[in-house]
Design a protein around this ligand. Structure first.
Ligand code: GZL
Ligand code: ZN
Length: 333
């Protein structure tokens, strides 16, 4: 299903609208009909947040953004769980929120599949679910809205740059995939491969590094053992952290990352942007982790019964080495 894409302007408008709608709601002296947990009359809204874990620099920035937005002064009591990248643990955390009777549940789902039952249980308990960051394969009737990123577009942007820079000559590429079954891994792979169709870039290997630095490093060590530095021309890593791990492996083998082996990643977290400035990464597509304010506005909107978009996308940009040097000191994450 084609999801609606909100440009930044429209998005900011939507967010502002959402925020004003909520604040005007609470300015009505607290609608007496609202249940106490829904933000009426100064009561805190209790929100259960099921985070994937703490696997990457991106995740740390996303958690900080969510904790800042779902603060007491913003009218929330946040119940936080990090599932250590374990889908079963994350589902049981959501069950815990349902049993606790929270007012709303926010999920950054580790993987796309396996959510139908617990989302139905939340619906049966009358607890709205808002997805942030990643999405699920379950029917969109089972969640109120998803605020996140267009992962396929991120993959396409990365692939388009690779096609333009390297597609005209035989190029052996290895891929460091994100968490198996996760929306970003699935969609970034799809977008990237569509963009390099018909070029001379050949994928000689593709494995998951689970979005972690260690994972990227050990998979890259395996690739280097198999193909040698000279047998690999390009790395596409689904996130900066795995790209940074690949850099360590390349340097340990005596290679020069960004030169002998080009590297393209997605996220644009601080460490990734620094490697880009240092010439060890060649291109980064941003994936904005600062979703907290939008997610908090959507929770208040949903609890106030206001209309919300089913999909709220945050727009991404991309950086080559020159662009990174321009912006690195002014970036928020
Ligand atoms: C993407 C997010 C991904 C990041 C990784 O929105 O889900 O998970 O790209 C993170 O860095 O681990
Ligand atoms: Zn109210």
């Amino acid at each position: 299903m084609k999801k609606s894409f909100l440009s930044t302007i429209a998005l900011a408008g939507a967010a502002a609208l959402a925020l004003t709608a909520c604040s005007s709601g609470s300015d009505d002296g607290g609608d007496s009909s609202a249940d106490p947990g829904s933000g009426g009359d100064g009561e805190l809204i209790t929100v259960g947040f099921a985070q994937t874990g703490a696997e990457s620099g991106w995740r740390a920035a996303n958690t900080e953004s969510m904790e800042t937005a779902f603060s007491e002064e913003n009218g929330f009591e946040l119940v936080f769980n990090a599932a250590d990248n374990d889908p079963a643990a994350q589902i049981s955390a959501v069950r815990g929120f349902i049993n606790q009777g929270v007012d709303a549940i926010v999920i950054a789902p580790v993987v796309e599949d396996g959510w139908d039952d617990v989302l139905q249980e939340a619906a049966d308990a009358g607890i709205p679910v808002i997805l942030e960051d990643r999405t699920v394969s379950a029917s969109d009737d089972l969640y109120a809205t998803w605020v996140g990123l267009d992962f396929e577009e991120e993959g396409r942007m990365a692939g388009a740059w690779a096609a333009e820079q390297y597609g005209g000559e035989p190029t052996n590429m290895v891929v460091l995939e994100g968490t198996t079954g996760s929306a970003p891994a699935n969609d970034r792979a799809a977008g990237f491969s569509a963009a390099i169709e018909g070029t001379q870039i050949e994928t000689i290997a593709s494995q998951t590094g689970d979005f972690t630095r260690d994972g990227g490093k050990s998979v890259m060590e395996g690739y280097i053992a198999q193909y040698g530095i000279e047998g690999i021309d390009l790395v596409f890593a689904h996130n900066d952290d795995m790209g940074l791990g690949a850099i360590e492996a390349i340097e340990a083998a005596g290679g020069v990352p960004g030169e002998d082996i080009k590297i393209i990643t997605i996220d644009a977290v601080k460490d990734g942007m620094q490697a880009l400035v240092d010439g060890k990464i060649n291109y980064i597509v941003e994936c904005n982790p600062l979703l907290g304010d939008l997610a908090a506005g959507l929770v208040k909107d949903v609890l106030a019964g206001n209309e919300v978009e089913k999909t709220v996308y945050v727009e991404d940009q991309a950086f080559d080495q020159a662009a990174a040097a321009e912006v690195i000191d002014s970036r928020a994450y």
